[in-house]
Each structure stands twice: as structure tokens, then as C-alpha cells.
Design a protein around this ligand. Structure first.
Ligand code: DMJ
Length: 661
């Protein structure tokens, strides 16, 4: 009944199982296998052959998936899980353009934060496109908001609670990790303290030995002050040519703006004299309409700064009085403040022709009001300005984090949509996002998120290179049309980018800062007087023979500080002397073309004419408040003189402390 093969098969199998006759030789095994195969029936052989082919086919089909898993496993074994996650996120970034960025960030376990060096640029991912993602490393149990970005478009990865608790407390963005610092940010916390915090960070240090360039700045200051004192004492601005003054708010704008500069430059006599004026003459109850933003950054900021430096209570009392008088500006249907306040009557209103406010103005009063709350323990100041930021954070109408220039005080919505600039009416919105985040100890995630998104928005929409020298510049976007127009005001940006990198943000920001400060310097160097015009247009055509064009209406120079300000930051963070040298050239050109013999400096109408730059007969208060202060700090090699690890500058160069416990 059974075939001989079948019987043989059985006997061989048994013999093998018993292990008898097995001498471990390959010859024996080859012969035995072949014999076994020959002993099988045709049906059995076909079945085995089919099974074999099927298995090979399955193996080939499954190979790519398996190999990816092996790669990841191998990667996480060799580099750690966090890196593996980042690696995976990077890979997923390759899936096309990101349309919307939204992430929730929270902070759980603050600890002392060393001031970090910029991180090395990450391995470039050539396929990566679109704006950034702020990764939320918050554990689910902490009620993290779900990331709202589809995996396909870009990855937002809420990394689960793992053994490494510290990881959960980091704000992570594109692989860079920023640890928060414990600060006295919550007003409810500060309320518990009994007394206002006095000037705990006061910098009462005498300036060290001065170098020649610093002495030249002191000389410039004294010359400017001489004109102001003689012809404009106690008034807003000096008109140095006509030897008189102009009034804007009638609050001694130049005098108050210059107080902390005098202190830092060691001009003690002048300082004491000016202080007496503040005590005896500064009348904050005047029936006068003032601009909320300008009064905040110049006068409130100036008073807080000098309180911070000297610890003299009189300045804080004045600041508190002014803060109170400015508060009516926030009584609007939308909580977005009006542009103008009558500080005597306690009434506020928008400009006559519109119910809009300027976006930069309503978002660049926060550093000052927040600091006033911290010092006075009066919550209302911080509450009012935080509300503005909260609303703007959520608002539609931005483009890749870039904001329009106007906002309506009734609806609380952006108006005049479609125009995006880093220049006038938007500039300091970006600056204050970063600086508030630093001021508060780097824990307010919405500010960081908005700042990082905006910088990506700048890179994506506004950055171009000029011809023929390939200078990197920041243009404007108007209803999808790119314009190669750059205000001198935009030259705050290299300094701000460098400051962010110093506080742990991407090293890419520092690279962009280096390119942009070169451009800002060229806006001076390529002009006949060596002074920048108010606005330049860059050439994009490959056939152009110069990078910079200046329209007749844009040829003026108002003694603005932005380039000197950025040079100061760049020197502090790179220690590259070329930034000091560039600043020195600029100071000499201010002296050559804007210094008025009888005292003071004047803005000019035509930077393109070294023969006749046409004096405008006005010395802006920011020349003393900002430009000369930044020159002095740029030329100083004492990096503890207003250390950037302890202080931030408001947008008028007034010194405010970074909050610590
Ligand atoms: C200053 O009042 C401030 O720097 C403001 O942010 C912009 N304009 C002037 C200086 O140019």
C-alpha cells in the first residue's frame, strides 16, 4: 500500500532524530538532504517549492518597512530616543509646504538657566519647506492643547512623558531646546511680597577707564546737551539752527529721554540738574493729548530705566503717576488701546481721521507696563497690556506670523490687510515679542511661538539679495507684490536676531543677523555723506551696477539709532572689532554733517549731498536717548556695563531688568 519512498522517509527521519551516524560533516548533510528531497513525492516537492517561492515573495514585499524600523531602532539605540524622534520629525517635514502653525507650549519645572550660546546650525534638510513648527513637549496629563497641524503637512509632536522629566519642561522648536527660568512673572505671586522690589539690579558702577572713541561719544553728548540746555531747556526738542525749541507733548521729552544716557556716560552734574527739573517742573497733569506709544517708550521707559539704575524713588513715583494717567487709553470696546490720551483730563481717543491704532504702537508698550506692575505691585498695568498681546496672538489676518500695520479699536480686528513690513508701523511688534519673552524669564510660550513664526515669515516672504553685491535685505509685501524697499528702521532687526540667538534661539538667526548688519552698514557706506537715508530701494536686476537707490523723498536722515543699536549687539555677541570700526565711521560722519557749531546736532534733508546736506533744524530726543547711548556701549569693552544677561533695552534704549527670583 505504501510506496518504498514513503517507508524510507520514515526510517531516515527516525535515524536523524536519534542523532545516530551524525558526524557533523557538511558532506553528510548535503547527501542526506538531497536523498530526502529525492525521496519525496512529486506533490510534496511541488508544495514545498510553492511555499518557498511564496515566502521569498513576502520577504521582498516587506523589506522596505522592516528596514526603516531597523534603522530607527538602531538610531535610537545609538543616539537616544529624543534624537530619534527629532530624526523622524525631520523626515516628516519633507511632506510639502506647511499651511498653518499652531502649538501649545507650557512649562512645568523651571530651573536655573545658563545663558546659552547660539546652537550650531542643524544638518540642512534640503527638502524641508514652509514655516516652522513649535513642538510641544508637554505631557498629556498636563492638559496640553492638542496640536492642530496634520501629520502630513508638518509634524507637531507631543513627546510623551518619559523618564527624563526635564525634557517635558522644555520649549522645543525645530530641535532646539530652550529651558525656562523661574521668574517673578505671576502677579498673584508678586502680590505676596510686602514691598515693591527696589532697584535690585541697579548698576551704580562707575564707568571704567574710557577709550578714545568713548570720549568722542561723551564729547558729542556734551555738545548736544549744550545746545539743548541753552535753547530748549525743559522743552521737547531742540531746533539747533534757529536756536529755539519745538513742543510735541510739552513734557521735556529730550531731557527725560536722556537721563539714563547721562548716568551711563557718567555725566553726573548734568544728571543732577536734570533730575531737579523732573522733581520740580515735570507736570504730568497737563491738559495735553499725548501719543500713548511715544510717551510710554520715551518717558515711562526713561523714568523706569533711571529708577532701575539709580534706585531713586522719585523716578518710580513719577513713572507710577504717568502709568496711571495713561490707563484711559485702554478703555476701548476691544481692549486694543487708542493712540492718544489726554493725561490731564483722563480721556482717550483714536486719531481724528480713523478708529484704527498702529499695530507696532499697541504692541510696544508691554515691557514698560509690565515692569511698572512688577515694581508697584499694581496688577492693572500688566493686565492691560497682556490682554492686548493675548488678543493679537489669536487674531486672523497674519501671513506666516507677519502682522498688518493697523488694528481697529472697535472691532479688535486687523485693518488694511495685505501689507507686510518690518519697517514703520510694524517694526517693534517683532522686537517686543522677543524682548517680553526674555524679560519674563523665557517662559511665555505664546510670545516665543509668535516671534519664531514671524522670523520664518520674514525669511519666506521678505528676504531677497540685491544686485550686484548680493546684499541680503528685508523688503515689503503689498497685496502679494514684493517691493525691494527697506526703511532704515528695519536695521533694528540684526540686533534683535542676535539677541534671540544669544538667549538660545537658532544659530540661523545669528547668520541672518550678520548678513543684515552688513547691509545696514552699506546703507551708510554707499551714500555720499556716509549717512543712511530714511528709506532705500535695493536693485534686483542682474544688470544693475549699484545695489542701493534712494528716491528724492527718502533722502533725509533723522539721527536714527537702529544701525548703531544693531552694531552694539553684534559686537557684544561676536567680539568682532569690525562692528566697532563701522560704528566709528558713522559717528565721524554724524560729526561731519550734522553737528551744529553753536550746540546740538540736526537731522538733515539730503544724505546724497556732501556739499549741502540741508539741515532740517531738529534734534530728535532719540539721538540722546538712543543713538549716543548705543555708540558709547558699542565702543566699550566692558561687557558688564549693562550686561545683556541681566538687562533688556526697550525700543527707546531704556534699560529694564530681566526678571529673576
Ligand atoms: C525711536 O523712537 C524708537 O527706536 C522707535 O522704536 C522707532 N523710532 C525711533 C528711532 O528711530
Amino acid at each position: 500500500m505504501y510506496s518504498p519512498q514513503r517507508r524510507d522517509f520514515i526510517s531516515v527521519t527516525l535515524g536523524n532524530q536519534a542523532g545516530r551516524n551524525y558526524d557533523n560533516s557538511k558532506t553528510w548533510r548535503r547527501q542526506s538532504c538531497w536523498r530526502k528531497w529525492k525521496q519525496l513525492s512529486r506533490l510534496q516537492r511541488s508544495l514545498i517549492a510553492f511555499l518557498f517561492v511564496f515566502l521569498v515573495f513576502c520577504g521582498i514585499a516587506a523589506y522596505p518597512n522592516l528596514s526603516e524600523r531597523w534603522q530607527d531602532t538602531l538610531y535610537s539605540v545609538t543616539t537616544g530616543d529624543a534624537h530619534a524622534k527629532a530624526f523622524q520629525a525631520d523626515e516628516s517635514h519633507r511632506d510639502g509646504e506647511l499651511k498653518q502653525v499652531k502649538a501649545a507650549v507650557d512649562v512645568l519645572l523651571p530651573r536655573a538657566l545658563p545663558f546659552t550660546q547660539p546652537q550650531k546650525p542643524r544638518r540642512p534638510n534640503l527638502n524641508k519647506r514652509g514655516p516652522p513648527v513649535l513642538q510641544n513637549r508637554l505631557s498629556k496629563k498636563e492638559n496640553a492643547e492638542e496640536p492642530k497641524i496634520s501629520k502630513k503637512e508638518n509634524e507637531v509632536e507631543a513627546i510623551p512623558n518619559n523618564k527624563d522629566e526635564e525634557k517635558d519642561n522644555m520649549i522645543s522648536w525645530r530641535g532646539m531646546e530652550i529651558e525656562p527660568e523661574r521668574v517673578t512673572v505671576a502677579l498673584s505671586d508678586t502680590k505676596k511680597e510686602e514691598k515693591p522690589v527696589p532697584n535690585e539690579n541697579a548698576n551704580t558702577k562707575e564707568p571704567g577707564a574710557l577709550n578714545e572713541r568713548q570720549k568722542a561719544v561723551i564729547d558729542a553728548f556734551q555738545h548736544a546737551w549744550k545746545g539743548y540746555k541753552q535753547y530748549a531747556w525743559g522743552h521737547d526738542e531742540l531746533k539747533p539752527i534757529s536756536k529755539t525749541y519745538s513742543e510735541w507733548f510739552g513734557l521735556g521729552l529730550t531731557l527725560v529721554d536722556a537721563l539714563d544716557t547721562m548716568w551711563i556716560l557718567g555725566q553726573k552734574e548734568e544728571f543732577e540738574e536734570a533730575k531737579k527739573w523732573v522733581i520740580n517742573e515735570l507736570n504730568l497733569g497737563k491738559n495735553v493729548d499725548v501719543n500713548l506709544f511715544e510717551t510710554t517708550i520715551r518717558i515711562l521707559g526713561g523714568l523706569l530705566s533711571v529708577y532701575n539704575l539709580t534706585g531713586d524713588q522719585v523716578f518710580l513715583d513719577k513713572a507710577n503717576e504717568l502709568g496711571n494717567r495713561l490707563m484711559p487709553a485702554f478703555n476701548t470696546p476691544s481692549k486694543i488701546p487708542y493712540s492718544d490720551v489726554n493725561i490731564g483730563r483722563g480721556t482717550a481717543h483714536p486719531p481724528r481721521w480713523t478708529s484704527d491704532s498702529t499695530v507696532a504702537e499697541v504692541t510696544s508698550i508691554q515691557l514698560e507696563f509690565r515692569e511698572l506692575s512688577r515694581l508697584t505691585k499694581e496688577e492693572k498695568y500688566q493686565a492691560a497690556v497682556d490682554e492686548v498681546m493675548k488678543r493679537i496672538h489669536k487674531l486672523g489676518g497674519k501671513r506666516d506670523g507677519l502682522v498688518p500695520m493697523f488694528i481697529n479699536t472697535n472691532s479688535g480686528q486687523f485693518s488694511h490687510l495685505g501689507v507686510y513690513t518690518l519697517g514703520a508701523r510694524a517694526d517693534s511688534y517683532y522686537e517686543y515679542l522677543l524682548k517680553q519673552w526674555i524679560q519674563g524669564g523665557r517662559i511665555e510660550a505664546d510670545l516665543l511661538e509668535d516671534y519664531l513664526q514671524a522670523i520664518e515669515g520674514v525669511k519666506k516672504n521678505l528676504i531677497r539679495k540685491s544686485e550686484p553685491s548680493k546684499l541680503t535685505f528685508v523688503g515689503e509685501l503689498s497685496h502679494n507684490q514684493f517691493s525691494p524697499k527697506m526703511d532704515h528702521l528695519v536695521c533694528f532687526l540684526p540686533g534683535t536676531l542676535a539677541l534671540g540667538a544669544h538667549h538660545g534661539l537658532s544659530a540661523d538667526h545669528m547668520e541672518l543677523a550678520k548678513e543684515l548688519i552688513e547691509t545696514c552698514y552699506q546703507m551708510y557706506a554707499q551714500i555720499e555723506t556716509g549717512l543712511s537715508p530714511e528709506i532705500v530701494h535695493f536693485n534686483l536686476s542682474p544688470h544693475s551696477n549699484k545695489d542701493v537707490e534712494v528716491k528724492p523723498a527718502d533722502r533725509h536722515n533723522l539721527l536714527r539709532p537702529e544701525t548703531v543699536e544693531s552694531l552694539f549687539y553684534m559686537y557684544r555677541f561676536t567680539r568682532d572689532k569690525k562692528y566697532q570700526d563701522w560704528g566709528w565711521e558713522i559717528l565721524q560722519n554724524f560729526n561731519k554733517y550734522t553737528r551744529v557749531g553753536t550746540g546740538g546736532y540736526t537731522s538733515i534733508n539730503n544724505v546724497r549731498s556732501s556739499e549741502n546736506p540741508e539741515p532740517r533744524d531738529k534734534m530728535e530726543s532719540f539721538f540722546l536717548g538712543e543713538t549716543l547711548k548705543y555708540f558709547f556701549l558699542l565702543f566699550s569693552d566692558d561687557f558688564n556695563l549693562i550686561s545683556l544677561d541681566k538687562y533688556i533695552f526697550n525700543t527707546e534704549a531704556h534699560v529694564l531688568p530681566i526678571w529673576t527670583t
